[in-house]
Every structure is written in C-alpha cells, then in structure tokens.
Design a protein around this ligand. Sequence first.
Ligand code: ZN
Length: 116
Amino acid sequence: MNHELKIWSEYYKDIISKIKRFEIRKYDRNFQVGDQLILREFEPCKECNGGGKVVTSITTGNEEITECDCKKPHGKYTGNGCVTSVDYVLNGGQFGIEKDYCVMSITVVSSRKTYK
Ligand SMILES: [Zn+2]
C-alpha cells in the first residue's frame, strides 16, 4: 500500500541525503513492512508552523489561540517528492513512544524534482 504524506523541508532534505532513515508517524494509516511512503516536501506557514492555530499573548500568562489567516494545508508544497520503502515498523506503546505512534525504517527508492 502507498501512503502519501507531507514532510517538512528540513526533514525532506535529510531523507534525500540518506542521513535520516526513519520516520516517526501517528499510526493512523496501518503502516506495514513492504508499503511505500510517498513523501511530498512541504513548507509550513511561518505564522502557525503548519498547525493552523496561532497563540497570541495578550498579557503575561494569558494566551489566546486563534485561527491563522492562512488556508489549508497551512503552507505550500514545493513540488519535490520522493518514494521510500517501509523496511521495519516499530509500534508505539513501548520505549517511551506514544501508543498511537510508530517508528519506521525507510529507504529512498526514488526522488523527483517535480512531484505531481
Ligand atoms: Zn498559518
């Protein structure tokens, strides 16, 4: 199965460079060994850091959370992308990893400048 995922630029670059060979993801997609991750480089909105929410400090110790002006997906795709294989899946709930997360070993299979 293929899983198309956003990946932030700083991590994308390290994956392409084959330095970063793991992914930690919320286990909401049934990731399995033999699957492929299609990672699309994404630059999150600088205001909300991709989350769509902005914390505004009104007075010290008093914060208000508001919607960011940017629209979904709260940033932009650069057009770069890569495909990786999933070589190992470690399920969370152990070793300090949250129960609904997993750690995957990945290998870059291919990458391209313009991903459609
Ligand atoms: Zn934003």
